[in-house]
Design a protein around this ligand. Sequence first.
Ligand SMILES: [Zn+2]
Length: 330
Amino acid sequence: MKKSRKRRGLLAFLSILCVMLMALCIFLAVMCFDLRMNDSRKDVVIKDLRQTHAKQQDEISALQEKVDALQKVIDDQNAAAAEAEAKAGGEDVAGALHEGEGTIPKPQGEDSLLQSELQAAGLVLGEAPENADAYFTINEIVPGDGIFERINGKSYRENPNVALSDLRYLTVLHYNFDGLVQTGEIIVNAAIAEDTVGVFKDLFANHYQIYSMYLVDNYWTGDGDSSDTASIEVNNTSAFNYREITGGGKLSNHAYGRAIDINPQQNPYVTFSDGMPIYSHENAAPYIDRTSGDPHVIVEGDICYNIFTAHGFSWGGHWDNPVDYQHFEK
Ligand SMILES: [Zn+2]
């Protein structure tokens, strides 16, 4: 009896032990399954991360390409801006002229030297700028400004006939004898300033070549007449100069800023005596004959003549004796 109770107790104990072992087994199995699941989940996460990383690398490459493309655009724009700035040098010159800074250099020496000097100074633009109209300006001259300082005591001096306020300083563009676009300057009477700008705009539009256009003061030798001679010697086109007419006696129309001399070498001032031409500039010799067909030789009906007369100017080439082929006045 005692033995059978003992066995029953043992059986119960073994049963409980079995249940506990089974529970342990189940727990371990669950743990094991869970770990394995975690592992595979980790694999998935790692795979996802790798994919995301690869995707991000692609995106970075694409962005880098975009950055490179944008940088190229910026570089191109910078290059274009630098080029535009270089071109705008001409505008600066026009601006400087406008402000009367007196930046026009004094041309001297050989033609080639003159051209290269002008090139260096930015006065020879080469090609026509897009905003060509902006280079044609009309400016008052005020005592003390840069232009006044250049002309005072030279082409302009106080006088009872022409006041400083009667004059205008113009900037223009013209083609030079090399076919390059170049800036020019000229002083005329306020009454003909608009017409004069109209003339030079039309000449420019027609690619008419003018050797150079600087104030006669750039060639000043001490008095109006000899300075005019010096300016003609270098074939300079100019207008205002407070001086008497050639030969003396009364004021020239140049003294009023109402006359303009164009390419004086090719278009000389000639007096005839017994049918023989008399002229003071040796460099004019090849141009006494007006029938050469040289495009710089002004003849009735050519571009230069037509433009000046269309703007109401009369031509010295129509005078009897002397004949002044370079001279237009209004
Ligand atoms: Zn003249």
